[in-house]
Write a protein that binds this ligand. Structure first.
Ligand code: TMP
Ligand code: ASP
Length: 240
């Protein structure tokens, strides 16, 4: 497999073309950003740990029947993935109130929600990724009604699987964000990454935050908690 030109550089990873038009290479960087890129930071080895964590999580999701873009880990920082046409929606599922949900509705962080909820943000940096509803997404031609139904089905299935995965390692899944896209056959599959960058993860006993909120809100131990989550995942699932 030959790595070709840079296709896209995101905040936390670079995406390269390959000599197979159906495949891309993700290369994870050590960078972290928050608040639409306004806050910048990093820790040594973040790209390595997120690459490995995302691949382990995607492998577990595949075993649970979720179709993902994962093809194969190439090395510490690089992974071969199916090329997908990303649907420009951040798909957010919440089990417990936190973050922008708590702020928007004046709900105390940590309050369990009556049902797991789903919302979309329109992936558009210039607009600051505004909240968007499904009618607006359809009206703007971002997705069809059928696509929206499929996205919701994938998102709640991922929620169910991730809840199982994390609860077995003493972690509560508060909320998370996924991105999906169309593969070469026109199927909507899970893409991008799932890691402590894209989830809120709290220790089940102490409620200690084990995710990117430590960076967003300068809580310290940013790198340490990523290692903590990875070690717990590895210990439980690495040899499956
Ligand atoms: P929020 O509460 O800030 O809206 O975030 C909800 C979830 O989505 C949380 O797990 C963090 C994740 N997220 C991302 O992965 N990327 C983003 O750009 C934002 C704003 C949130
Ligand atoms: N990833 C987003 C950014 O860099 C925001 C976040 O995760 O808080 O802006």
């Amino acid at each position: 497999m030959q790595k070709l030109d840079l296709l896209y550089e995101g905040k936390a990873k670079k995406v390269y073309k390959t000599d197979d038009s159906d495949l891309c290479i993700f290369e994870y960087k050590d960078d972290a950003t928050a608040f639409n890129g306004e806050k910048k930071g990093s820790f040594e080895g973040k790209g390595i740990i997120n690459n490995k964590m995302a691949n382990l999580i995607f492998t577990l999701l595949e075993k649970d029947g979720v179709k993902t873009h994962l093809v194969k880990e190439i090395d510490d920082r690089q992974t071969l993935v199916k090329k997908v046409k990303i649907i420009p929606l951040e798909v957010i599922v919440r089990n417990v109130a936190a973050g922008s949900f708590s702020k928007r509705y004046g709900v105390k962080e940590g309050e369990k929600l009556n049902i797991s909820t789903l919302e979309f943000s329109y992936k558009n940096d210039a607009l600051g990724d505004p909240l968007i509803n499904s009618y607006h997404a359809i009206a703007l031609g971002i997705a069809s009604e059928k696509d929206i139904e499929k996205i919701k089905e994938i998102a709640f299935k991922v929620n169910e699987s991730l809840n199982k995965i994390f609860s077995q390692i003493g972690i509560k899944l508060i909320d998370f964000k996924i991105e999906v896209g169309f593969d070469s056959e026109g199927n909507i599959i899970l893409s991008d990454e799932i890691s402590p960058d894209t989830c809120r993860l709290w220790d089940a006993e102490t409620n200690k935050k084990l995710d990117k909120d430590r960076f967003r809100f300068d809580l310290g131990e940013f790198g340490d908690v990523y290692h903590e989550v990875y070690n717990r995942l590895k210990e439980k699932y690495a040899n499956l």
